[in-house]
Design a protein around this ligand. Structure first.
Ligand SMILES: [Zn+2]
Ligand SMILES: [Zn+2]
Length: 297
């Protein structure tokens, strides 16, 4: 075998092993966190620091499905993401925007400022594709919302097309803003962990005024709620003020949603339950639904 090819394969395998190890570390961290939480009371009231769903085992009902999306995106989708990012970075974006907005200035700013603005940039780079997939690619994004219970792993329950959209759109936004460097990389990592955190099986809301600045796990629960008033609300992952600015803020005080999922969508009942059938479902030719269920696509 050509040594250069052998080296590329080894580096690819090491990167994948790295991602799996990181996921195992998260799994351990969130498992330890769950040990400190009280069992759910089955009420729909906010009771900070209890569980929302009963956790008898680490391998909850849809664990296999959600880990399936992680592995599919890690081994297959990542090829497309790498190809699209490289095309954007090397060919498309330099032709459109030779000067990135903050590319030259950012490195001279204090590390803390770079980090804080990096977090904001990461959330904007997540907010925009998230808003778009809710309006224009619901068939793909519905797979994330089909979860009937939220666990930290639900955060990476993404259809490959949804994952590509998030990556490509996020990449374009980050490129235009021009943030780069160690502090921003750290901010993106923290933002990713925060995304896991807001999907955790924990009943936790923040008091005012923090709830108007940061997204809490209960805040994101309303994003997954089946309540009519919550449809297409709470798009932000970290900064709830982005939703306040965009008119998509919804967080009733003291209450938890009654149920989660896509019950208000015409896809409810049609979306297959098994992994591969679910992956291919959004590509199927659309047949007119008998009756439109709601305003959620
Ligand atoms: Zn969503
Ligand atoms: Zn979510």
């Amino acid at each position: 075998m050509d040594p250069a090819f052998y080296q590329i394969v080894m580096e690819w395998l090491l990167a994948k092993a790295d991602a799996i190890i990181v996921l195992c570390v998260y799994a351990l961290g969130f498992y330890v966190l769950s040990l400190f939480l009280a069992e759910p009371s089955q009420s729909t009231k906010e009771e900070n620091f209890s569980k929302v769903h009963t956790d008898k085992t680490l391998f909850y009902k849809e664990f296999n499905l959600e880990i399936g999306y992680f592995l599919l995106n890690l081994f297959i989708t990542s090829f497309f993401i790498t190809f699209i990012s490289a095309t954007l970075a090397l060919i498309v974006l330099p032709a459109i925007a030779p000067h990135r907005i903050f590319a030259l200035e950012i490195q001279s700013w204090p590390y803390e400022i770079q980090f804080a603005l990096g977090l904001l940039m990461a959330d904007i780079a997540f907010f925009v594709p998230h808003w778009l997939v809710h309006r224009f690619m619901w068939r793909f994004h519905a797979i994330h919302h089909a979860a009937k219970e939220l666990r930290w792993l639900t955060s990476i329950r993404l259809h490959p097309v949804d994952a590509i959209m998030f990556s490509a759109c996020g990449y374009v936004i980050s490129y235009f803003i021009g943030f780069d460097g160690q502090a921003v990389l750290m901010a993106i990592t923290v933002h990713n962990i925060y995304n896991f955190f807001v999907h955790t099986n924990i009943n936790l809301a923040y008091p005012a005024p923090v709830r108007y600045i940061f997204v809490s796990p209960n805040y994101h629960r309303w994003h997954h709620a089946t309540d009519k008033a919550a449809v297409n609300k709470n798009i932000a992952t970290m900064f709830s003020f982005l939703d306040l600015i965009c008119g998509s803020y919804y967080h009733p005080e003291g209450k938890l949603p009654k149920s989660y999922g896509i019950a208000r969508s015409s896809l409810e009942g049609a979306l297959p339950k098994t992994f591969w059938a679910q992956v291919f479902y959004p590509f199927r030719i659309r047949r007119k639904p008998a009756a439109k269920k709601t305003n959620q696509n």
